[in-house]
Design a binder for this molecule. Structure first.
Ligand code: NAD
Length: 330
């Protein structure tokens, strides 16, 4: 099958080519899929996209019109694709539902520890030959209450690691798993109670109409003053403007973000020679208690290998017209 692979990054090329084993002709394209770039898929049978490509109805219509029948996502999240529209256009779509929940969970913990122990500040100081410890005081994770919002594949691993740290763990999920929870002393509760009791809150729910801005001004007001909040899930779970106001007041004491609601066009790219146009992220970057990474929580060799292998398996199923266990249906 001839596949237009949009948003191809240097770090994943070898993994994709190795997994394809010459079975599929991969056209590795750097641009993101959008209305303007859709034409690059001309003469292909399938399009392969990543998290910040545009999978809206108009774009799908355009690629359908040039003959694309298959859409394969190199991601678990699919909130950026209009699956109903794809289905109506007769296009089969599939994702990589799981590639390494450990990668994302471990990065979540890395953000917590780096913020708590002020590792970035300490590193920068030492490069200036400033070996003072003033201002670097952290807190013991042991004994603190961690609130996990979403206890699916990633949230559970985060909870299990934090259990190992000796944290008390509270969780909120619309589909609680009490058997799992009892093994790690996890207590399911309502979201507002979780917010009011937790020292650390970490988000692991998908972006849906119910979870959009699940963290907003009202909910932040219920949190403990100085709470640590981490989001490695999807940017729009958090109302960023409300979070900035809470950072200014000290209500949020630490913020770790691997995702940002306006990350499309910004994250994954080198903008070091550009003028930053996004005033919200510019403000976020001024806080010394905010740590931002550029949607890299998934980025381990294990995850890249698994993403590539599953993507190629999905293409194999589509080419052979067989059932695909990772198929997305409306
Ligand atoms: P998952 O589907 O295994 O788990 C999600 C959990 O959220 C489920 O238990 C579900 O019941 C729960 N949930 C759904 N709606 C909810 C709601 N309204 N309130 C509370 N809980 C709700 O997903 P996962 O693989 O654990 O992924 C979690 C998040 O991480 C997703 O947003 C995904 O897009 C994101 N993610 C980020 C990266 C990254 O690199 N930063 C990589 C992979 C996944």
């Amino acid at each position: 099958m001839k596949v237009a692979v949009f948003s191809t990054h240097k770090f994943e090329k070898d993994f994709l080519l190795r997994a394809a084993k010459g079975k599929h002709e991969l056209i590795l394209l750097e641009p993101q899929l959008s209305l303007t770039t859709a034409g690059l898929a001309e003469a292909c049978n399938a399009v392969c996209i990543f998290v910040n490509d545009d999978g809206s109805k108009d774009v799908l219509k355009k690629i359908s019109a040039i003959g694309i029948r298959y859409l394969v996502l190199r991601s678990a999240g699919f909130n950026h694709v209009d699956i109903k529209a794809a289905y109506e256009l007769g296009m089969r779509a599939a994702r990589v539902p799981e590639y390494s929940p450990y990668a994302v969970a471990e990065h979540t913990i890395a953000l917590m520890l780096a913020l708590n122990r002020k590792l970035v500040l300490a590193h920068n100081r030492i490069r200036d030959l400033n070996f003072s410890l003033n201002g670097l005081t952290g807190f013991d994770m042991h004994g603190k209450t961690a609130g996990i919002i979403g206890t699916g594949k990633i949230g559970r691993i985060v909870a299990e690691i934090l259990h190992g740290f000796g944290c008390r763990i509270m969780a909120y999920d619309i589909m609680p798993d009490n058997d799992w929870a009892s093994k790690y002393g996890v207590v399911y509760t309502g979201i507002d109670n979780l917010c009011s009791q937790s020292d650390i809150i970490t988000l692991h729910a998908p972006l849906t109409e119910q979870t959009r801005y699940i963290i907003n001004r009202d909910r932040i007001a219920k949190m403990k003053k100085g709470v640590m909040m981490i989001n490695t899930s999807r940017g729009a779970l958090v109302n960023t403007k409300d979070v900035i106001a809470s950072l200014k007041s000290g209500q949020i004491g630490y913020l770790g973000l691997d995702v940002y609601e306006e990350e499309r066009g910004l994250f994954f790219e080198d903008h070091s020679s550009d003028i930053l146009q996004d005033d919200i992220i510019a403000r976020l970057m001024t806080f010394s208690n905010v740590l931002i990474t550029s949607h890299q929580a998934f980025l381990t060799d294990t995850a890249l290998y698994n993403i590539a292998e599953t993507t190629i398996t999905n293409l194999d199923c589509f080419e052979n017209k067989t059932a695909c266990k990772n198929e997305l249906k409306p």
